[in-house]
Design a protein around this ligand. Structure first.
Ligand SMILES: [Zn+2]
Length: 232
């Protein structure tokens, strides 16, 4: 039944492209991607307000992180799931950039996030990029960079190994799977900088840790992490 409802919703969105990504209601002229009601009721973590938040534990003892936060709580059945699905599989880069900008405006109010110099999205392998047409994390990074008035670098960290979809792998093989997938090909812009690495969803942290480890090999000063959502 849910499948039929979703299929119907997808069909509707073909004819009415300006509908809310989360609830499907038609957007008013002053609304973008999400209706005001959904925007006001997003399950925000507010983790950026506390330096010692639960996300710090994910990387403790693994890689040194300055700040870490995720904008929203992700559950299998909440509106964040629909937002992420739209961002990842329906070609909706706008929602990524929009929410990145929305969260960036909150981050920049916090002293912890005011001395960040640049944003680097977790890259996709070029084959996957070709398949999808865009990198969903880059869309979020663009929004963050615009709100925080800092550059976004997409040619510093690159992905050199094609990894299969990770959903069915065990936690251990996920960590192993991503250990050597990243490479830094142009370290000049990040020399001595406080880098913000960003991704769409934080789950085990394996992918992010692999990216962070690579960046840390290149004389950066600090690294912080922001994701659009965290599994809850
Ligand atoms: Zn809505």
């Amino acid at each position: 039944m849910i499948k039929i409802v979703n299929a119907f919703k997808n069909l509707i969105s073909l004819f009415y492209p300006y509908s809310c990504v989360a609830c499907g209601n038609v957007l008013q002229q002053n609304e973008q991607s999400l209706c005001v009601n959904c925007l006001l009721h997003l399950p925000e973590t507010n983790y950026h307000l506390e330096k010692e938040n639960p996300l710090q534990l994910i990387f403790r003892g693994r890689v040194p992180i300055e700040n870490i936060s995720a904008f929203l709580f992700y559950k299998k059945v909440n509106q964040v799931q629909r937002i992420l699905h739209s961002l990842k599989y329906n070609g909706n880069q706008e929602i990524g950039e929009f929410l990145g900008y929305y969260y960036g405006q909150q981050l920049i109010q916090q002293p912890d996030y005011q001395n960040i110099d640049c944003v680097i999205p977790i890259p996709l392998h070029y084959k996957k990029l070709k398949l999808r047409g865009y990198n969903q994390s880059e869309a979020i990074a663009k929004g963050l960079g615009k709100a925080m008035k800092i550059p976004v670098y997409t040619d510093v960290l690159i992905r050199n190994t094609y990894t299969d979809t990770q959903t069915k792998k065990s936690r251990f093989s996920r960590w192993k799977n991503v250990e050597h997938v990243f490479e830094v090909q142009n370290a000049e812009p990040i020399f001595n900088k406080h880098v913000l690495i960003c991704d769409d969803v934080l789950t085990t942290g394996a992918t992010l840790e692999a990216g962070i480890s690579k960046l840390l090999e290149n004389n950066i000063s600090k690294i912080s992490v922001v994701t659009l959502a965290v599994a809850h």
